[in-house]
Design a protein around this ligand. Sequence first.
Ligand code: HEM
Ligand SMILES: *[C@@H]1O[C@H](CO)[C@@H](O)[C@H](O)[C@H]1NC(C)=O
Ligand SMILES: *[C@@H]1O[C@H](CO)[C@@H](O)[C@H](O)[C@H]1NC(C)=O
Ligand SMILES: *[C@@H]1O[C@H](CO)[C@@H](O)[C@H](O)[C@H]1NC(C)=O
Ligand SMILES: *[C@@H]1O[C@H](CO)[C@@H](O)[C@H](O)[C@H]1NC(C)=O
Ligand SMILES: CC(=O)N[C@H]1CO[C@H](CO)[C@@H](O)[C@@H]1O
Length: 324
Amino acid sequence: MRFSVSAIPIILGLLSCVQADLEIDFYADSCPRAEMMIQDFVREHISNAPSLAASLLRMHFHDCFVRGCDGSILINSTRRNQAEKAAIPNETLRGFDFIDRLKSSVEEECPGVVSCADILALAARDAVGIIGGPFWRVPTGRRDGRVSKLSEASSEIPSPTSNFSTLLNSFNKKGLDVTDLVLLSGAHTIGIAHCQSIHDRLYNFSGKGDQDPSMDSLYAANLKQNKCKLSNGNTTIIEMDPGSFRTFDVGYYRNVLKRRGLLGSDAALMTNKATREAVTSLAEGPPERFFSQFALSMERMGSIRVKTSSSGEIRKNCAIINSS
Ligand code: HEM
Ligand SMILES: *[C@@H]1O[C@H](CO)[C@@H](O)[C@H](O)[C@H]1NC(C)=O
Ligand SMILES: *[C@@H]1O[C@H](CO)[C@@H](O)[C@H](O)[C@H]1NC(C)=O
Ligand SMILES: *[C@@H]1O[C@H](CO)[C@@H](O)[C@H](O)[C@H]1NC(C)=O
Ligand SMILES: *[C@@H]1O[C@H](CO)[C@@H](O)[C@H](O)[C@H]1NC(C)=O
Ligand SMILES: CC(=O)N[C@H]1CO[C@H](CO)[C@@H](O)[C@@H]1O
């Protein structure tokens, strides 16, 4: 059997349907007020809790790195399944209840239309904008996944102790490159970490009770004497970009350049020639350049392995998959 020439457009059409792209304002007809509602909700709440912006940005990253940006990070564990939320890197994520509340207000307007994955992607973008950070485009049409596994979060989310090659590998596996690694790490210009995340850098770097020699020794001494005393345990919080952890600026790159990047993964950007040069240029450059490049990398991150058209589902409640 041979296909007639007129069948070719149909076949191509079917193919493009399977691999549908995200679209700007995907909900324009199905839920025209959705994006505005999300933005208003975020604006209303971020002013009371500005630190939520960092959590939402990080949550979006953790969502995208496990099974693509499909809202799988939002699913609760059940008796039979340990979900991504239960993995160590997620231990310190905040804002799940915020997304759940936002989703229910969108559901009231348009039941079963707007995915949790899109809500998270839009809320993260809007929250960062509201605290004065960069704006990036968020095309929509992501659908929600039905699978969320602790083990996958543990293996796919890079660890703060990762070295450069491990980090780059992890980004490459998601279709991101070395530029995205440098730019997206710049998200650490806002927010906080727990002492646990740098415990080994301060107290047991090579398993011999030593300190990470790549960390500025004055900074390390200060952390050990104040915020991250051994006697405090691991739960004390530290500002990622001390002094301006609420401001989206190039402070992160200036710290990394001064060997004051907080996490081992931040310091790792100084161990490779290309990333060291990129860090230097971002630290010295105008914030607008960081903002515009960060935006491009966020757009790339936000489209990792998205589920569109008929794959996945539109979850009714972000914390639980729809019953089949
Ligand atoms: C390059 C690999 C990365 C590693 C190893 C990493 C690791 C971490 C760790 C360990 C923390 C602190 C958690 C804690 O102790 O409470 C953190 C915080 C944070 N991360 Fe990353 N991260 C990476 C990339 C990213 C990316 C790509 C983004 C977003 C685009 C991001 C956004 C954030 C934000 C905003 C915070 C602060 C969270 C808050 O204040 O609650 N990170 N990250
Ligand atoms: C999901 O888990 C959180 C935290 O344990 C809980 O507060 C929330 O009510 C759960 N959501 C659902 C729909 O079960
Ligand atoms: C980076 O870390 C990985 C995994 O721990 C290790 O196998 C690799 O040898 C390290 N690379 C370098 C250059 O130290
Ligand atoms: C703090 O965290 C480190 C690294 O995860 C761990 O090895 C250490 O046992 C923890 N210390 C306490 C007091 O919990
Ligand atoms: C330091 O690390 C080594 C090797 O990972 C471990 O055996 C030891 O218990 C750690 N010491 C402390 C004080 O955490
Ligand atoms: C929000 C959430 O589910 N956090 C969990 C993260 O994982 C730890 C265990 O590693 C749980 O104790 C937290 O409840």
